[in-house]
Design a protein around this ligand. Structure first.
Ligand code: CTP
Length: 427
């Protein structure tokens, strides 16, 4: 059997390492969030060059942004610091991406018109359009955001090749409530990371199960397990970043839903089975990370079971739950190679042998083994990937990094199996 190990690369790779981001601020109260955004980008490994409009300077000072980015801020096209006197050219040529956050209604209109009478819009116009992406995070009052002029401008901006990020909804500085808030700094960092992620799962519909299940004994008690759901949530996020449409069927966990992922909350294994059955039809990848209870109480009591004073514990009878993964793996779509199934195995010992046996038993092309007690609730893990060719070790790393690696491995195997099916079809 072929066995390989992948080097995790020593220190955890920062997700924006090596990226140079020009962060543009236009005038808006959301400038207060740009300070945190700048820190978030730097924490993720990016270098950040801040460029501000004059209006932005009314909301936050260049001194603050300089201190946070560690670089002098540019505010004028007449900046004498550039030897060639062309800040707009130099700044835009160095950038891996330009992110305007906040992007005001006025600034959106300026971009659409191709205005060039101040540094930030001049720089956006002068950027090499094929090489330097422009992302904008709109921020404005809800009426301004909903106005046909703004919506028309946003559509035009997108047609001109810019990436228009979403807006948040809720309480606004003006006292009104609605759409138009700038996304939170951590959401923008997530969006930027996703933007740079190779789209290896573009066009795929990925269905993920995650977390524990809860099997009721009576209305106040039940049986569950220590699965935190972190691995499954990280996989859902990584698949989404890789371009897939992702549905996440989650057992009872308190984790935040990754951006752009559709989440279905379930409690019991039977609920999970029903949710998976409803979505497996349209899926092209199924990743079963959930720690599904193998058994459920056969007859859960409708009322709380009380002590009867006899000192005797109640006797519980159990029924086996349907194996969700095995049932999906047996479906015609999976058998025909249209639905790629990935199982997980939480073992306590003999990981390789147990995981190999489980892969064959569940009839899945890829099974991911891990040591249960070492992973439950942790932020990091180590994985052993088993397929028909052999095994591949992904050494201890954050679940986030492992999820990204796993998504690449899945994409590679799907491409190989698609090529095989194609060859078989044309032979
Ligand atoms: N699984 C499932 N439905 C179940 C049980 C398990 O979909 N009712 C999936 C899990 O999500 C995981 C894999 O099957 O992908 C784990 O298989 P299982 O045989 O349950 O693993 P263990 O619990 O580790 O099995 P065993 O107790 O036999 O070691």
């Amino acid at each position: 059997m072929n066995h390989q190990a992948i080097d995790s690369g020593g220190a955890e790779a920062l997700e924006l390492a090596g990226r140079h981001i020009v962060l543009g601020l236009s005038g808006g109260i959301a400038c207060y969030k740009s300070a945190e955004l700048c820190r978030g980008l730097i924490k993720a490994g990016a270098t950040v060059q801040v460029v501000m409009t004059e209006a932005a300077g009314q909301f936050i000072t260049p001194v603050t942004m300089q201190a946070l980015s560690g670089r002098p801020v540019y505010t004028s096209q007449w900046d004498g610091r550039e030897p060639n006197g062309m800040a707009h050219i130099n700044l835009s040529r160095e950038a891996d991406a330009i992110l305007i956050a906040p992007c005001s209604a006025d600034f959106i209109a300026r971009l659409v018109q191709g205005r060039a009478d101040e540094l930030l819009s001049l720089m956006c116009l002068a950027r090499p359009i094929d090489r330097v992406p422009l992302l904008v995070a709109p921020a404005m009052n809800r009426e301004m955001y909903a106005h046909p002029a703004t919506q028309r401008n946003l559509a035009q901006l997108q047609a001109d090749g810019a990436v228009v990020l979403g807006v948040g909804s809720g309480f606004q500085a003006c006292g009104e409530t609605g759409d138009g808030r700038m996304l939170e700094p951590e959401q923008l960092v997530e969006d930027l990371i996703a933007f740079f992620t190779p789209k290896v799962l573009q066009g795929q519909q990925v269905l993920v199960t995650a977390g524990p299940t809860y099997e009721a004994i009576d209305p106040v008690r039940g049986i569950t397990n220590l699965s935190s759901g972190k691995m499954g949530f990280a996989i859902a996020r990584a698949a989404r970043e890789a371009g897939a449409e992702v549905t996440l069927v989650a057992g009872p966990v308190g984790l935040a839903t990754p951006r752009g992922v559709t989440r279905i909350n379930v409690k019991s294994a039977s609920n999970m089975l029903a949710a998976v059955a409803a979505h497996a039809q349209s899926a092209t990848v199924f990743i079963a990370t959930a720690a599904v209870a193998d058994w459920r109480p056969a007859a859960p009591s409708a009322q709380k079971i009380k002590k009867d004073g006899s000192g005797q514990a109640p006797r519980l009878e159990f029924t086996e739950n349907t194996d969700i993964l095995a049932s999906v793996a047996r479906s015609p779509a999976a058998q025909a190679g249209r639905l790629f199934c990935v199982g997980f195995a939480a073992e306590s010992h003999d990981l390789l042998e147990n995981a190999q046996a489980k892969r064959l038993r569940k009839q899945v092309p890829l099974l991911v083994g891990n040591i249960g007690p070492d992973t439950f609730g942790q932020d990091d893990n180590a994985l052993l990937l088993i397929d028909a060719q052999g095994s591949l070790e992904l050494p201890r790393a954050s679940k986030r990094l492992l999820a990204r690696r796993l998504v690449q491995e899945i994409a590679q195997r799907m491409a190989a199996s698609a090529a095989l099916h194609h060859q078989a079809g044309t032979a």
